[in-house]
Design a protein. Structure first.
Length: 230
């Protein structure tokens, strides 16, 4: 991947940080974003990346910041735009008791804002490139037989629906479109009891993303490359 350029949105910690590290390990040049101004693990990674990691700042829930990032990157081209952003809510919280404020916060962060990033920054990716968003297996309606994380599930299902609408509007687009499910991973979001480690998920997920290069249209895949039921 020595000639590959990656724009990674949301990489200060967890899965995003691991994605940045994996692409760097494979030889890609990476532009990765953080939300605030505080030093993060991504800054430590930059110190060891031999100039192949740039850090940008953006809060994807603020459209003006996304537009400003596009303007800063104007004239550059990327092989991959990967939007990794997400928050969760307590597992037991349901539509019966979630506050309107918390419901709105999850929907804006997990569904609307990633799609705004795709709409705003997608033009930075060439016709043979890839647009990917980190979804979740919990966004699958067909596979929801246990409940739990009700609002988080709904936000990821909404994200998937919006991405399908995007694909329908751009059915002649030659780029690869991906919704990726990383599995249940031990991160701040996934919690300490998750089934997978980052090392079990992210390298396989990156391999799956790269294997889809050149395949136009939208796919909803897990980290092993298996199709997830809508």
């Amino acid at each position: 991947m020595s000639d590959k350029t990656v724009l990674l949105i949301g990489a200060s910690r967890g899965l995003g940080h691991a994605l940045a590290a994996e692409y760097l390990d494979r030889g890609a040049d990476v532009v990765a974003t953080v939300r605030g101004s505080a030093r993060t693990a991504l800054h430590d990674l930059r110190d060891t990346a031999d100039g192949r990691l740039e850090i940008e700042h953006v809060d994807i829930t603020v459209p003006e910041q996304v537009e400003a990032l596009r303007d800063r990157l104007a004239g550059r081209r990327f092989d991959l735009l990967f939007v990794n952003a997400g928050i969760t809510n307590p597992q037991e919280e349901t539509s019966a008791d979630v506050t309107t404020e918390d419901f709105t916060r999850l929907m804006v962060t997990n569904a609307l804002s990633p799609m705004r990033v795709i709409e705003t920054l997608g033009g930075l990716v060439g016709p043979d490139g890839t647009l990917a968003i980190m979804s979740s297996g919990q966004g699958s309606i067909a596979n929801n037989e246990r409940g739990g994380f009700e609002i988080y599930r709904a936000s990821k299902s909404a994200l998937n629906q919006l991405m399908r609408s995007y694909a329908a509007r751009h059915r002649d687009d030659t780029r690869t479109l991906l919704l990726m499910a990383p599995g249940w991973v031990r991160t701040d979001l996934g919690g300490p009891h998750a089934r997978l480690t980052i090392g079990e998920s992210i390298p396989s997920l990156v391999t799956t993303v790269e294997a889809q290069k050149g395949r136009a249209g939208l796919q909803y895949l897990d980290y092993r490359g298996e199709t997830v039921a809508w």
